[in-house]
Write a protein that binds this ligand. Structure first.
Ligand SMILES: *[C@@H]1O[C@H](CO)[C@@H](O)[C@H](O)[C@H]1NC(C)=O
Ligand SMILES: *[C@@H]1O[C@H](CO)[C@@H](O)[C@H](O)[C@H]1NC(C)=O
Ligand SMILES: *[C@@H]1O[C@H](CO)[C@@H](O)[C@H](O)[C@H]1NC(C)=O
Ligand SMILES: *[C@@H]1O[C@H](CO)[C@@H](O)[C@H](O)[C@H]1NC(C)=O
Ligand SMILES: *[C@@H]1O[C@H](CO)[C@@H](O)[C@H](O)[C@H]1NC(C)=O
Ligand SMILES: *[C@@H]1O[C@H](CO)[C@@H](O)[C@H](O)[C@H]1NC(C)=O
Ligand SMILES: *[C@@H]1O[C@H](CO)[C@@H](O)[C@H](O)[C@H]1NC(C)=O
Ligand SMILES: *[C@@H]1O[C@H](CO)[C@@H](O)[C@H](O)[C@H]1NC(C)=O
Length: 861
């Protein structure tokens, strides 16, 4: 008979001080759920797609962190062939649940006659000691198993515990900077969106209660659909959810591959949206540019250094008094910004500006006055306007639940974009961040400019422990004095009457959606680009993400790989970390190594804090050289990366992948976050240590071709030490793959105008395969073309898989890795004029002119 988790924890008290701390921080009541009665089944019924059960409390309420709810309903539904839904809700349906308008789930009534989802089955289990539980089974293996732990279902506390194998392989659960494989013995993952500078193992900007588990060579996944603050705790042998409200709304994904889980999860919460092709270019930003002229110099200096620059970003510096939708009339005058935008566009480059949600509470500031008129701001519990503090001083916060909010926001964005039609928007500070605790601007004299709280030594306000929204009985591990710190107070009210406590984690998702909708309404044909700091499940459908305020340290360089991989699990594949580090002074060596890695983030942006030394990539000769070399690889790979991104759009597959997703049977890669794969064919092995000029990295069994010299490395499921001079990043092509490339140039548009080349990296069996996705890269309804490539028997087949987009450029070159003895080339049996060269074990066929809008059979003679 398994022991209740909390007893297990009590016994483990000395071994696990950090976990126990959860209990002692909560303080008021000891012992989590051990004395709770659990539930028993009062009524059970089979349904067409699963079953349902009425549950009632099996004994006297324990009221451990709130008030036990007596009557529950459990619905188990085989929703699709890969997805099982187990929802335990209060029978009265009074607990807060995320509305579909906020996060439109793919609701399915179920698989007809279904008794399994991709091999997953669910059954109820009972025990005398702990009441009813459920098991999700794959064959005879329970992949989620609450048997033996009492379900705790209270108004402000839900506890669900499931057995895990010892030393489980768990990925996901965040947003928290940490190693990619979560420590299965000692992880407390807190989900409470917070503006914090990427502290290791603390909760930051987003909340994603989804994980993937690798067990016995197969993956499965689980997602808890709940917006409340929570801790998810991993101890050896169990995962425990401790949630501050809502319902126990679980979805399970059958896998069996990691890509299948990503597909099944994003089918539920929303597929990543298409991005404009240019978004894959290199972006540069810094906080602290002093004038539009300085940004002009930055743009010119990138060009002078022959480092590709796709988009010039400006942070809050451009604003008048740091207020949205304004321009600093001396340093960043509108006319100067318009001129800069026109010049960027003339060169095929882009401009992106920052916009924060907080609006200066100032009746003379028109966006605020209009917002008040339309009643769009968050209120205090007494009905008055909630006034926090952000960059412009005292601010109101848009209430995305207010009926007029999206219309008002679209109107403000529209006025701004009419003046300066920038190419994308960067929505920051949307946790939402506020510098003071509570409605600190209420009752202050008009015109007062508040001091920044961190520059004062005012003590923190006393925490009101008798208000259960401010100090819920169970205290999650949010590392602040209270939940309301750095954000909107949990007692604040939204237009639908719901307190911030319940919906805090949704703020960034909701802002992303109204922003995207506003951009699409303004230009219905164009793909918008929105970069959001705060995210939630489903954000991938409405925004891209960067990992926030990291630091220029070697640790953060390494951790960035893990966080980028996390967002692949979260269904937000367009993600990257600030290249060269945001906070603190970078060094030439760190910055060189960072661009060598960052050139392979799906979203590649250099960004820097105002008090740090400048770190544009041209600032040091070594960094400039490292950047030119690494970005030449990225820009060559753009057709391939764009194809990988389309796999995210269509199937949710991450663009940046850990080795374990592609090689799940190799135990040594389970915790590998030192390397990353782009798609399934390109392996990047960056240097992550100061002073290193070699790198010891893992190569799975099989042949791996060096990107630069085409030499073949025989992978043997073992580490290999590679040379890694300062300006060089190791990139390998996986044998058996065909990788489409173009000629790298200074902008993505220029690269896209070059002819295509296929790198055919043949495996030991002399075969290779690949794909290429093409469309106009700019509009939402573009025609497309999917091409397939297959190489065998010295013949390369170009297959037309779907679509009617006309590819303007021909295939001009074949690089055949591991192929020798080519004397002539024929297309459909007709000999072609071409140039054939060999080097080492590879053959290059150039000066071809093959139309890829038709199928073709290319024979190597
Ligand atoms: C558990 O993790 C916490 C937080 O990362 C750490 O402080 C603590 O030392 C760890 N405990 C053990 C036993 O490893
Ligand atoms: C750009 O380069 C010029 C010439 O080297 C230099 O004087 C200037 O300071 C640079 N400006 C910036 C913003 O990088
Ligand atoms: C919406 O805004 C209009 C003014 O444009 C205002 O009259 C109306 O009361 C607002 N509606 C709500 C529900 O706040
Ligand atoms: C309020 O807005 C007006 C108009 O933009 C501006 O002149 C004034 O300085 C603002 N007040 C504060 C406190 O920023
Ligand atoms: C604390 O919260 C309770 C419950 O909302 C309220 O009645 C009380 O006035 C608050 N105390 C203070 C000091 O604000
Ligand atoms: C960064 O460098 C600047 C200029 O050298 C220096 O003033 C500042 O103190 C440095 N910052 C840190 C955090 O070391
Ligand atoms: C060519 O391939 C052979 C056989 O795999 C290998 O022994 C040889 O080292 C390769 N040559 C080069 C230059 O890579
Ligand atoms: C090759 O042959 C196929 C099938 O007959 C035909 O559809 C295609 O147009 C030809 N391609 C070229 C490049 O000639």
């Amino acid at each position: 008979m398994p022991r209740p988790f909390s007893r297990l924890m009590r016994r483990a008290a000395r071994a696990l001080p950090a976990l126990l701390c959860a209990v002692s921080v909560a303080g008021h009541r000891e012992g989590l759920a051990s004395d709770c009665p659990g539930y028993r089944v009062a009524h059970f019924a089979d349904t067409p797609h699963g079953f349902s059960a009425a549950l009632t409390l099996a004994g006297p309420p324990c009221n451990v962190f709130g008030t036990d709810i007596g009557d529950l309903l459990l619905h188990a539904t085989y929703e699709t062939s890969g997805r099982l839904h187990v929802h335990i809700e209060d029978a009265a349906r009074a607990q807060y649940q995320i509305p579909d308008a906020v996060l439109p789930l793919d609701r399915r009534c179920g698989v007809e006659g279904g008794s399994s989802s991709g091999g997953l089955r669910v059954k109820l289990v009972h025990s005398e000691e702990s009441g009813v539980g459920f098991q999700v089974l794959r064959g005879s293996e329970a992949i989620f198993d609450t048997a033996g732990w009492p379900l705790v279902f209270e108004d402000q506390y839900i506890e669900v515990t499931s057995r895990l194998p010892t030393d489980a392989n768990i990925y996901g659960l965040g947003e928290t900077p940490d190693w990619f494989r979560r420590d299965p013995r000692n992880t407390t993952r807190t989900l409470w969106n917070r503006d914090a500078p990427d502290p290791f193992r603390e909760n930051v900007y987003g909340s994603h209660a989804v994980y993937m588990e690798l067990r016995g060579g197969q993956f499965h996944g689980a997602y808890l659909h709940n917006s409340h603050g929570m801790d998810v705790v991993l101890t050896d042998g169990a995962i425990q959810y401790r949630v501050l409200g809502g319902t126990a709304d679980f979805y399970f994904f059958a896998g069996p591959t990691a890509l299948d889980v990503a597909d099944q999860y994003t089918a539920l919460v929303g597929r990543p949206s298409q991005i404009p092709y240019w978004a894959l270019g290199l972006h540069n930003c810094r906080w602290g540019y002093r004038s539009v002229g300085e940004v002009d110099q930055v743009i010119a200096n990138y060009s002078q250094a022959r480092i590709p620059l796709e988009a010039a970003w400006t942070d809050i510096d451009y604003m008048d008094a740091r207020r949205d939708f304004t321009f600093d009339s001396s340093a960043f005058p509108l006319a100067g910004m318009q001129r800069q935008l026109a010049e960027l566009h003339a060169r095929g480059q882009k401009m992106i500006l920052i916009v924060d949600p907080a609006i200066q509470a100032n009746g003379s500031y028109a966006p605020y006055a209009r917002g008040r008129e339309m009643d769009v701001f968050v209120r205090r519990s007494d009905g008055s306007e909630y006034i926090g503090q952000v960059w412009p001083g005292y601010t109101a916060f848009p209430d995305w639940f207010a009926p007029n909010a999206s219309r008002w926001w679209a109107g403000e964005l529209g006025r701004f974009l009419d003046e300066l039609p920038v190419d994308g928007l960067w929505i920051d500070m949307n946790e939402a961040s506020s510098f003071c605790t509570g409605s600190c601007g209420s009752g202050r004299p008009a015109g007062e400019v508040p001091e920044l709280p961190w520059l004062t030594d005012r003590p923190h306000r006393p925490v009101n422990r008798s208000n259960p929204l401010l100090a819920p009985p169970y205290a999650i591990h949010n590392p602040e004095a209270e939940l309301s710190d750095k954000t909107i107070e949990t007692t604040a009210l939204h237009a639908n009457g719901v307190a911030e406590y319940h919906v805090h984690n949704l703020y960034g998702l909701m802002e992303s959606r109204v922003t995207r909708d506003a951009l699409v309404a303004r230009q219905p044909a164009a793909r918008p680009f929105v970069l959001s700091r705060s995210t939630f499940a489903g954000s991938g459908a409405v925004a891209s993400h960067w990992t926030g305020d990291n630091s220029a340290t070697w640790l953060d360089l390494h951790v960035s790989i893990a966080t980028v991989l996390d967002f692949g699990v979260f269904g937000i594949p367009m993600v990257g970390a600030d290249i060269c580090g945001f906070a603190g002074n970078t060094t030439a060596e760190l910055c060189a190594r960072w661009i060598e890695l960052g050139a392979f983030y799906p979203f590649a942006r250099v960004h820097n804090n105002m008090d740090a030394v400048p770190q544009e990539l041209y600032r040091w000769p070594t960094v400039a050289e490292a950047a030119r070399r690494a970005l030449a690889v990225r820009y060559a790979l753009l057709p391939y990366i764009y194809t990988a991104y389309q796999d995210a759009v269509e199937r949710g597959w991450p663009v940046a992948r850990p080795l374990v997703f592609e090689f799940p049977a190799v135990p040594a890669v389970a915790d590998n976050d030192r390397q990353l794969l782009l798609g399934d064919a390109i392996l990047v092995s960056p240097v992550l240590a100061e002073g290193a000029r070699t790198v010891a990295v893992f190569f799975p069994r099989g042949r791996w071709y060096d990107w630069y010299d085409h030499s073949a490395l025989a992978g043997a499921d073992a580490a290999v030490t590679l040379d890694a001079p300062l300006e060089h990043v190791n990139v390998h092509i996986r044998a058996g793959r065909i990788v489409p490339v173009q000629h790298p140039a200074m902008t993505t548009a220029e690269s896209r105008c070059s002819d295509y080349e296929l790198i055919v990296a043949v495996a030991e069996d002399n075969t290779a395969a690949g794909r290429l996705y093409l469309d106009d890269g700019a509009t939402l309804a573009s025609p497309h073309r999917w091409l397939g490539f297959a190489y065998r028997d010295r013949t390369l087949w170009i297959e037309q898989q779907s679509g009617s987009y006309t590819v303007p450029r021909p295939l001009a070159k074949l690089t055949l890795l591991g192929v020798l003895g080519v004397r002539a080339v024929a297309v459909n049996g007709t000999a072609q004029a071409c140039t054939i060269e060999t080097a080492g074990n590879s053959t290059m066929v150039s000066a071809l002119h093959i139309d890829i809008n038709a199928p073709a059979r290319i024979s190597l003679l």
